[in-house]
Write a protein that binds this ligand. Structure first.
Ligand code: COI
Length: 408
């Protein structure tokens, strides 16, 4: 018998399936879950390949208490943070014991009613790469694409009207079979669900205030920081919660060896602009190779920026003209300030250009942050330019020269 049974006991908006749109207040969308009508499920046993999957009503799933993902998933996270010697622990952190991978991609609705998926094959490839690292079977690229298309179309009523958000599609691959001793799970489940979303960060267009974490690490050398495993996300929650309590928007992590070079933010990649050179940390196994990150690198070249992927010391980031974050959920989000130890760098011109930094806010920044506050000026509005270029392609409003968009 399968370890995962579907129980359709979560109310969703499937009552009026003949209607073009679900009954959702599109203007209130943020990045919270709004369940849609259907999900996609496909399973396979260890040693065999995924074969047939299908759409079923969205609902809770049932898992064996000894499912691989539960036992060797977040349990490890708790232990990770229980130790006091974080550096020593860092090397144990990333063993591939936690069999769970996820992806995230978006579908946008066009004025003519079709749906646009953005580079879905990149998510399929990344899931296969991650599955190999985690000793899991994974759907083929074709199976993945087919499942994503079916999920998006089945939930079309949940795709916001043009210009008011997108359908966030979340594929998962988990070890669902029962296992007690440490080892690969005897059964795997590939599942996709979806939710309409809009802005990831609450404060819509306000620049992010990043806190540079220098106690906890996100990933370590030889670990799993470069793949999209669920186990990369629980370990950041402590640092993230602590930073949010102090009024920051998100946390920037440093490399775990020297705590000197910047890596990535909890939920996204990071870029900096100095003069005409746009730089982002090179992906050397500890940083996720984001689909948005790669697209931004391409678009930057198109727009005439010089582009570098390299090690970036945190001190250098503090001297940048402009800093921004990229990710599927986050899209392209400007960074207004960076706090590292006793330094807080405020990106003056950028905030002023957006009309968000008036005399009063400048003053309250200085009062609130007693340590050294520095203001940076100069630079071109790369973040705005790149946001417009990316979203223009994703929504079908701009020409898709790279062939990134798949219309369904
Ligand atoms: C995404 O951007 O799709 C992600 O997976 C980040 C997640 C933490 C929301």
């Amino acid at each position: 018998a399968s370890s995962l049974q579907l129980a359709c006991d979560v109310p969703s908006f499937s009552a009026h399936e003949d209607e073009e749109y679900a009954d959702v207040d599109w203007d209130k969308l943020g990045f919270g879950l709004v369940p849609t009508d259907y999900m996609y499920v496909m399973k396979c046993a260890k040693g065999s390949a995924f074969e047939r999957g299908g759409i079923s009503p969205y609902g809770n799933i049932e898992l064996s208490p000894s499912a691989g993902v539960l036992n060797y998933g977040q349990v490890i996270m708790t232990w990770k943070f229980a130790g006091s010697d974080a550096l020593k622990m860092a090397h144990c952190w990333d063993f591939g014991w936690k069999q769970g991978l996820f992806e995230g991609l978006k579908a946008h609705r066009t004025e003519n009613g079709s749906l646009l998926l953005f580079q879905p094959e990149q998510n399929a490839i990344r899931m296969r790469y991650g599955a190999e690292r985690m000793c899991m079977p994974s759907p083929t690229v074709d199976q993945f694409l087919n499942a994503v298309k079916q999920t998006a179309l089945a939930n079309k009523r949940g795709v916001p009207p043009p210009g008011r958000g997108s359908l966030y599609i979340r594929p998962l691959l988990v070890g669902s079979g029962p296992i007690l001793g440490l080892g690969p799970s005897p059964e795997y489940t590939f599942l996709i669900y979806a939710s309409p979303v809009r802005n990831y960060f609450k404060a819509r267009t306000a620049p992010l205030n990043l806190y540079v974490e220098d106690e906890f690490d996100r990933a370590s050398r030889g670990g799993t920081g470069g793949i999209k495993t669920i186990s990369n996300y629980a370990p950041v929650l402590k640092a993230l919660t602590r930073a949010k309590e102090r009024g920051f928007s998100d946390v920037l992590y440093l490399d775990s060896v020297g705590r000197r070079n910047i890596e990535e933010v909890s939920s996204c990649n990071i870029f900096m602009l100095k003069g005409n050179v746009l730089s982002t940390p090179a992906t050397k196994g500890t940083i996720l190779s984001g689909v948005t990150r790669r697209s931004i690198l391409e678009l930057s070249r198109d727009l005439g920026y010089e582009v570098e992927e390299r090690a970036i010391p945190v001190e250098e980031l503090l001297e940048a003209d402009e800093v921004f974050c990229t990710g599927t959920a986050v899209v392209v989000a400007s960074v207004g300030s960076i706090t590292y130890q006793d330094r807080r760098c405020v990106r003056g011109v950028f905030m002023r250009n957006l009309g968000l930094l008036d005399e009063f806010s400048l003053h309250s920044y200085i009062k609130r942050w007693k340590h050294r506050v520095e203001f940076r000026t100069g630079g071109r509005m790369a973040c705005r330019e790149l946001y417009d270029a990316l979203v223009g392609i994703q929504t079908g409003e701009m020409e898709d020269k790279h062939g990134w968009v798949m219309e369904i």
